[in-house]
Design a protein around this ligand. Structure first.
Ligand SMILES: *Cc1c(COP(=O)(O)O)cnc(C)c1O
Length: 363
């Protein structure tokens, strides 16, 4: 069964799939964007045409995610990984902060923050192999800590809180792999950030939502590129921004708003994830999930087979069926199906069927 444009089912954890209508629009506008006479890639970021695109992209993020006016929208470079450093430079220097680590990305976030200040490991799921997320309300936080850092969805382990943190104080959140996959309450966070390449568009831009009050708390004397105040004062154009990525992010956000908004997106994602978790749970133990049931990610679904040999055979047979990038991260092993917003439901059905057939032949 061929997909449009002879595309593959793309289970990549990132960069991940982008909605086909967005790719088609980007293609149609490639040589001459909206009568501007050039590609978005060729425009001056200070020119009228691009400033309109930038403003629309910001607006479409605000509309889709319900971002209140007191939050700044920034598109920065360096990915979510540079935010690990930047947020610590701005808000941790000479201070203490709490980190809850539910997987590999949280581990990197705290390790990076330690260059800047006393990053305290408040909770870690490492001993248990990162299979669950704690109840944040039940943790006793460090007095005077500048912020609490959490990773909503751990992309490698497929561990997700599945709800906004209901805790007091400043919460900073890495939402890279589940942003816009379901409704969320921006006001629960003082800052959240997400590398675009999982659910929002191409790599190269990291979306940052920052409460304006945080600017007063930022350290002084930082290098300009790493200073949120400078980035805000310059409308994230202190230097040349990731122009094309921002344009596509705008299109992607408009696409999901037209689809029905994040409530409709969540409904679709729950249906997709259920197809795959049912395939795992219904396999009589042939496939085993990684995360505990209450923290199962809707976006990244790692699972294991009975042996490495069977895993290799599974991956090569899946590839022959045009199912791409199902290999699990090397730190977890096994397989992982990433089914971001733009991944089609049919692809989940196709994989579930393939899994059942493979288990029947090899179980
Ligand atoms: C992918 C990912 C990152 C790293 O993103 P980059 O943009 O490559 O720096 C950080 N955190 C999470 C949760 C991720 O999924």
């Amino acid at each position: 069964m061929a997909l449009p444009y002879d595309r593959q089912y793309n289970f990549s954890a990132g960069p991940g799939c982008i909605p086909v209508p967005v790719l088609e629009q980007a293609r149609d506008e490639m040589l001459n964007h909206g009568g501007d006479g050039m590609s978005v890639m060729e425009m001056s970021h200070r020119g009228k045409a691009y400033l309109k695109i930038a403003e629309e992209a910001e607006e479409s993020v605000r509309t889709l995610m319900g971002v209140p006016p007191e939050y700044k929208v920034l598109f920065l470079q360096g990915g979510a990984s540079l935010q690990f450093t930047m947020l610590a430079m701005n808000f941790l220097r000479g201070k203490t902060a709490d980190y809850v680590v539910t997987g590999s990305w949280g581990e990197k976030a705290i390790a990076t923050a330690k260059y800047e200040g006393a990053a305290n490991l408040l909770w870690s799921g490492k001993a248990g192999g990162y299979t669950e997320a704690p109840d944040l309300g039940g943790l006793s936080r460090t007095a005077g800590a500048s912020y609490l850092h959490v990773t909503t969805n751990e992309t490698i382990q497929g561990v997700d809180y599945l709800e906004d943190p209901k805790v007091s104080g400043t919460v900073i959140c890495d939402m890279s792999s589940c942003i816009a996959s379901r409704p969320f309450d921006v006001t629960r966070y003082e800052m959240l950030y997400a590398g675009a390449q999982k659910n929002l568009g191409p790599s190269g831009a990291c979306l940052v939502l920052l409460h304006e009050d945080m600017l007063e708390r930022a350290a002084e004397g930082l290098p300009p590129m790493l200073d949120y105040k400078v980035q805000v004062e310059n409308g994230w154009m202190y230097n040349t921004p990731p122009c094309y990525s921002v344009y596509v992010i705008g299109l992607v956000c408009k696409h999901w708003t037209a689809f029905g908004g994040l409530g409709a997106v969540e409904k679709m994602n729950r249906e997709k994830a259920k197809v795959l978790y049912d395939a795992i749970d219904g396999s009589g133990g042939f496939y085993t999930p990684h995360a505990v049931t209450k923290n199962r990610s809707l976006m990244n679904i790692p699972f294991r087979l009975p042996s490495d040999d069977l895993t290799d055979k599974f991956l090569s047979s899946a590839k022959a069926e045009r199912m791409h990038e199902l290999k699990g991260h090397r730190s977890v092993g096994g397989c992982r199906a990433s089914v971001y917003n733009a991944f089609p439901l049919e692809g989940c059905h196709a994989l579930a069927q393939f899994m059942a057939d493979f288990a029947a032949k090899n179980g």
